[in-house]
Ligand binder design. Structure first.
Ligand SMILES: Nc1ncnc2c1ncn2[C@@H]1O[C@H](COP(=O)(O)OP(=O)(O)OP(=O)(O)O)[C@@H](O)[C@H]1O
Length: 246
């Protein structure tokens, strides 16, 4: 039996695109309530990993278990229904709909009463700090707000695990600080969080543990202190980024 604290188990995961392995032999265990950072140079396989866990890509090989259940062949909406939500690197709100409508659509997956669904959606919008923009059309929001809307849309599905793909990408310093606070708030509420982030300062200060991918392989897995002082990681990745000193 799987230990109670293990929520997500990835074993020997691999994805080949036309014979080229984007990910190969990756093992990752995520425990309930953990905030796990995932780093790696461009093309390391981070988004491919997220796409496999959330059902957008079928693994070529390997096992993905969520609460002891094999989910590797489930469709994205089934994976969402069992409690794993994600954001996308490129945010994809329904541009013509309001903030509240965008989030309500997610809640309607499990709450069929529209008024109740709107009430739940309002709470999610407040949680991400967009309460002043409930009725604003999504396409007219600045990027920082659209990223938070993307978070609210993921939260609307009432997930146990949320996978955040570069939610700080393209944000200015103030927006980044706000997003970091939001991630901390969600973590403090008990959500399990997987975070892909190129902003090394943000990732290192938020994460409890960090997995490093490099050319599709897992190069390291440890605490932020272990990762920052790992010579292989420094050579393969951190050493090429001035932010690594943070
Ligand atoms: N649909 C696809 N078809 C072919 N190759 C792909 C596909 N998706 C990803 N790849 C390749 O797989 C490798 C890993 O890509 P992936 O986007 O997962 O990396 P990443 O670590 O998320 O990169 P970045 O930090 O730039 O977002 C890359 O070599 C990429 O070109």
């Amino acid at each position: 039996m799987v230990s109670k604290s293990k929520l997500l188990e990835i074993n020997n995961l691999g994805k080949s695109f036309g014979g080229n392995w984007a990910i190969k032999g990756v093992d990752i265990t995520v425990r309930k309530g953990e905030l796990l950072g995932i780093i790696g140079p461009n093309g390391a396989g981070k988004t491919t990993l997220f796409n496999m866990v959330t059902g957008f890509l079928k693994p070529t090989e390997g096992i993905i278990r969520f609460k002891d259940k094999d989910i590797a062949n489930l469709k994205p909406h089934n994976i969402c229904n069992i409690g794993i939500a994600r954001t996308f690197q490129i945010v994809k709100p329904f541009g013509n709909l309001s903030v509240l409508e965008n989030v309500t659509i997610g809640v309607l997956r499990y709450e069929r009463d529209v008024n109740k669904a709107k009430e739940i959606a309002r709470e999610k919008v407040k949680l991400v700090g967009l309460e002043k923009y409930m009725d604003t059309t999504a396409s007219s929001l600045p990027l920082g707000h659209r990223k938070r809307l993307e978070m609210a849309r993921a939260l609307a599905t009432d997930p146990e695990v949320i996978m955040l793909d570069e939610v700080m990408g393209g944000l200015n310093d103030d927006e980044t600080a706000e997003m970091m606070n939001l991630v901390k708030t969600l973590h403090n509420k008990g959500l399990t969080i997987l975070l892909i982030e190129h902003n090394m300062h943000a990732l290192m200060s938020l994460s409890e543990r960090v997995v490093v991918l490099c050319y599709g392989k897992k190069l390291a897995d440890g605490t932020t202190d272990e990762i920052s002082s790992n010579q292989e990681v420094i050579e393969a990745y951190l050493g090429s980024d001035d932010d690594a000193e943070n």
